[in-house]
Design a protein around this ligand. Sequence first.
Ligand SMILES: [Zn+2]
Length: 166
Amino acid sequence: MTATAVEVLLTGPVLAELRTAAKAAEPRETGGLLLGWWDTSDAITVRHAIEVPDPRATPTSWVRRPRAARVALAKALSAFGHPLLGYVGDWHSHPAPCEASWQDRMSLAQTSRQYAHPVLLLIHLPGDMIDMSAAHAGSPRPARQPHQNQEHAYESRPARRGYPRR
Ligand SMILES: [Zn+2]
């Protein structure tokens, strides 16, 4: 069973925003929300990454606080004033070079049940690498960039299919 990959276009300041927030939080994790829009049901454009600080974040944990996330989302949407912009997923940083954990993927799958379109998880890794995962209707979906884009000097890795066994 092969799920269609979700195509992810990272555009505008999103990478700079991820990098800046991740660096500032080191050695702790940080994270927040991804803002963008769906181009089709299988393609997401991501334009902004906003931070939702977790005062209890550690080097291996950051928790999205629902109330803080709602406030940050409303504030960002009115500040950016972009008609297409909305919530398309979550992001957080991993100060250690580890891709999305089992728990990361489980909570992404959970979140995806609330949306008609796929939702995305971006993880900022050391060296400005980005790990991408998507989920749709409670199931994981592979995520990838549509094509190599040399303007962005970073590497992306396709999400692994399925959950790790343990
Ligand atoms: Zn994580």
